[in-house]
Design a binder for this molecule. Structure first.
Ligand code: ADP
Length: 301
């Protein structure tokens, strides 16, 4: 199989692992930086070029598109899809996952457990939204944030109001969310491939912090999931349309609630904590499913 790994950097842990996993299995694999691709968007003969060379003959593409390049990265991936190359995650699903509000709305529609979440644009509506999500303490999130940046715990109504005022004053879009206190600074990262959770870890925030992101000093350990948590993770990935996903779950008093579904989940933390060959499983998934023109949502945008 000829495999393209769409990634900005060959030196990143996840990219290196995927390259190695592909080569170990006898595949031809190449890292392609999406920002160095250019495209001819034509009806008769769509094409992708990379540093002067036309890219042809790929069977599958594994997208690893960072949040900062979603727009151009998904455009390049779409072009691969137009050429009939099988994407491990489709461009449409990645775009959905990158929009936190859109994802939550899709998950809610399919009955997946979520923290109660509100959204407002006008400062006049803040009071009502705060009471709608159950009052302080509550969590405020910049819709565009990643890795815990722009996620704030407001412990009192006054703090909540001031922070919301400040965010709205900066014209930022924010989510106003019920604080799941009983999670005690821990969340679960369930790594889904296809219709299975292939690995799961618990991330615990460091002392004095409520965000458990590893980038914020959280620590990971192996997690044993309940059947309900497993099915929640698999269903959440399916609703967004992702074959490979990192589903973040909080253990709440009212069952598992999904915080986010990540379309390019990092491999380093989860492989090291669980000792599982996740890169190998992703490559094997591509190998099993890659057929020309198998992009399901093509044209539905
Ligand atoms: P990001 O996408 O930036 O990582 P998240 O929404 O996943 O943002 O939030 C970061 C971390 O903050 C989560 O991993 C979790 O530990 C904590 N957190 C987020 N939302 C809540 C909430 N509603 N209740 C309790 N903890 C939360």
């Amino acid at each position: 199989m000829k495999l393209a790994i769409l990634s900005r950097k060959p030196s990143l842990y996840s990219t290196r692992r995927l390259m190695k996993a592909a080569r170990d299995r006898g595949h031809e694999a190449r890292v392609i930086d999406p920002l160095h691709c250019y495209m001819s968007v034509s009806t008769a003969r769509p094409a992708i070029y990379y540093k002067g060379e036309e890219l042809t003959g790929f069977d599958a593409v594994i997208p690893r598109i960072g949040a900062s390049i979603t727009f151009y990265g998904t455009a390049v991936l779409r072009q691969f899809e137009m050429l009939g190359v099988y994407p491990v995650n489709e461009s449409v699903a990645i775009s959905r996952a990158r929009d936190k509000l859109r994802s939550l709305q899709l998950l809610a529609r399919k009955g997946i457990g979520l923290p109660v979440t509100g959204l407002a644009h006008s400062p006049d509506d803040i009071q009502h939204v705060i009471s709608m999500v159950g009052g302080a303490p509550l969590v405020l999130k910049l819709i565009e944030g990643t890795q815990g940046i722009g996620v704030v715990l407001a412990e009192t109504p006054k703090a909540a109001e001031s922070v919301i005022d400040a965010f709205l004053g900066l014209k930022a879009n924010i989510l106003i969310q019920e604080y799941i206190r009983e999670a005690r600074g821990a969340d679960i990262r369930a790594f889904v491939i296809g219709d299975k959770v292939v690995a799961a870890m618990k991330r615990q925030a460091r002392e004095g912090e409520f965000r458990s992101n590893l980038h914020r000093g959280g620590s990971g350990s192996i997690a044993k999931l309940t059947p309900e948590e497993r099915s929640t993770a698999v269903r959440a990935a399916r609703v967004i349309g992702l074959n490979v996903a990192g589903v973040d779950i909080l253990r709440s008093n009212h069952g598992p609630v999904v915080l986010e579904v990540n379309s390019s989940p990092g491999l380093e933390g989860i492989e090291q904590v669980t000792n599982r060959d996740i890169a190998g499983m992703i490559v094997e998934f591509a190998q099993k499913n890659a057929r020309a023109n198998r992009t399901r949502t093509r044209g539905k945008g």
